[in-house]
Write a protein of this length. Structure first.
Length: 299
């Protein structure tokens, strides 16, 4: 029977401190190697060198489901206004825009009075008027827009971006979906890519109750991110046990991306408990920033 080696308190602290320093150096060196195009770390979300020099640090993609019509915003249709009230080709009556259009900026971009503040930045906008869709219903068309197809399961645009570039902060999701409507998970799914690249749904919007986010009660929380009944240490112990069982299950299969995704997602969720509350807290933002995003209660 082997005897346990005893450590003094000083020796234990000295050994632990050296170990923490090594862990910190290991983490920093892996991020530096990834940034310089070196070998990637074991973290699937670690930054990856792009194929071309990047000109943008972040992408905010607004998929305006239920948004105003294009003929009321950026698509000037003078003939439609002239034919207002006339019988349509397929029945009913034609309806012209209720908003007046003007040419904005040096480029003379047609923008309606519905967006007076957006119109001030006309020369910074690029409008694509050649887009079209072969899907007759909105849900299928939205899936086609996000994934490129409505018939087959494919990764979404955000999942591909996260897969190709990674993220500099592994404590928060690199791809999130804000207030996604029910039944739209395919629009931010990772499909055949590893599950860690799937978008994280943040908040949910309900219908009705008057105009404005305050009346609709839009939530900005991440569901099930924290267990209020356990301490952080207890959750860590629980997670270690679950991860051990998951890895045992993974060792029994040659390829199990769903199990790999669960393992990585659990670890990300645990890190998010500390990072997300500060990230979602807007109380420290300046009044100017809140006004820019319309979060100050103004128009």
């Amino acid at each position: 029977m082997q005897e346990l080696t005893s450590f003094s308190r000083r020796e234990l602290l000295r050994s632990a401190t050296a170990g923490f320093g090594y862990l910190a150096f290991s983490g920093l060196s892996s991020f530096a190697a990834a940034a310089e195009g070196g070998p990637a770390s074991n973290n699937p979300l670690s930054p990856k060198a792009p194929h071309f020099p990047a000109r943008a640090k972040r992408v905010i993609f607004l998929a305006m489901a239920g948004a105003p019509s294009h003929v009321d915003t950026f698509d000037y249709k003078p003939q439609l206004n002239q034919d207002h009230g006339k019988p349509g080709r397929y029945g009913g009556q034609l309806l012209g825009s209720q908003w007046k259009f003007r040419q904005r900026g040096q480029a003379g971009l047609w923008i309606s009075d519905l967006f007076p503040q957006v119109a001030e930045h006309a020369d910074e906008l690029c409008l694509l008027r050649s887009m079209h869709c072969d899907q007759p219903v909105h849900p299928a068309a939205q899936t086609q827009m996000h994934t490129g197809t409505a018939q087959f399961v494919r990764p979404s645009l955000g999942a591909w971006t996260l897969y190709g570039l990674g993220t500099e902060n592994d404590s928060v999701p690199g791809f999130i979906s804000l207030a996604a409507p029910a039944g739209s998970s395919r629009n931010f799914d990772s499909a055949f890519l590893p599950a860690i690249y799937r978008g994280t749904s943040v908040g949910r919007a309900s219908r009705g109750g008057g105009a404005g986010a305050q009346q609709r009660g839009v939530s900005t929380s991440v569901a099930d991110i924290r267990n209020p009944h356990w301490t952080s240490g207890q959750q860590r112990s629980q997670l270690d046990l679950i991860q051990a069982l998951n890895r045992d299950q993974l060792s029994r299969k040659e390829h199990a991306p769903e199990v790999e995704g669960v393992i990585e997602s659990y670890e990300l969720a645990f890190r998010m408990q500390d990072a997300m509350p500060d990230l979602m807290d807007t109380s420290n933002e300046t009044p100017e920033t809140l006004a820019l995003y319309g979060a100050d209660g103004g128009p």
